[in-house]
Design a protein around this ligand. Structure first.
Ligand SMILES: [Zn+2]
Length: 258
């Protein structure tokens, strides 16, 4: 009985042996826990996508893409991935299609190149992330906040209030595990629950920063249909981002390839 209740409250997927996503241990604040549980419940489709543990080759390609993105500030070409992990080109292409269908990356329909790999996209979004000397664009506010812990690096985020457009600046400390500065201090994040099979097209556009709770409420008041989701402080939102992105690169690629 206890195990069942636990599983229901803390749904997670073992993305590779011993690595669970989301990482509930990163989420200590009650409202952040409620938000993550609420969103996973509302977005059954997402856990379905994640619930098939990735094939080991697909997982390797996924990590190679994200590592390259962090190192170079842009997604790798297919040949870059093949060279990095010693795969044939067609094996990389097979893995890319699997990752695309699992909504972990997005491929350009015409060129077949990587156009997004959560948390980052080649599209210019409102959420600018400075990481390792590169400026990147995140799909949403939670993705921007989660990127820091995923790379174990501190980042700066710049993103406009979704309501008034005034700029919000967030920096992290402790290798991305906590906010260092939030300006303005009362900035909040709207964590939207919508999901239609592709986060980039459904919930991401509505997961945004607001300069204050008042501006979040004013924005929510004029949304039709009403948005389903929850408001979070930046501290709480960073915990949710860590839970989702923190586990992804926990095993260094170099150890796997050794
Ligand atoms: Zn505002």
């Amino acid at each position: 009985m206890k195990t069942d209740a636990h599983a229901q409250l803390e749904p997670a997927v073992e993305i590779r042996p011993g690595v669970f996503r989301p990482d509930w241990s990163a989420v200590t604040k009650p409202r952040a826990r409620e938000a993550l549980a609420g969103r996973l419940a509302a977005r059954a489709g997402l856990l379905d996508k994640w619930s098939h543990r990735l094939d080991a080759n697909d997982d390797l390609v996924w990590r190679a893409i994200l590592q390259f993105y962090g190192d170079h500030g842009q997604p790798p070409q297919i040949a870059d991935i093949a060279g990095e992990i010693g795969f044939e080109i067609d094996h990389v292409e097979t893995a890319l299609r699997a990752l695309d269908s699992n909504d972990l990356i997005g491929l350009d329909r015409d060129s077949g190149q990587i156009r997004l790999a959560y948390p980052f996209t080649e599209a210019v979004t409102a959420h600018r992330v400075d990481l390792n000397g590169h400026t990147l664009h995140a799909l949403c506010a939670i993705d921007a906040l989660g990127a820091a812990d995923m790379y174990g690096a501190d980042i700066s985020i710049s993103s406009p209030c979704r309501h008034c457009g005034s700029q919000i600046e967030v920096t992290t400390t402790a290798d991305g595990r906590a906010p260092k500065s939030v300006a303005p201090a009362g900035a909040v994040v709207w964590y939207d629950f919508a999901y239609d099979g592709c986060a980039a097209g459904s919930c991401c556009p509505s997961i945004a920063f607001f300069c204050s709770d008042a501006h979040l409420q004013q924005w929510l008041d004029v949304q039709t249909p009403r948005r389903d989701g929850t408001g979070l402080t930046v501290d709480e939102a960073l915990e949710v981002g860590r839970a989702i992105f923190g586990p992804v690169l926990t095993d260094p690629l170099s150890d796997t390839l050794r």
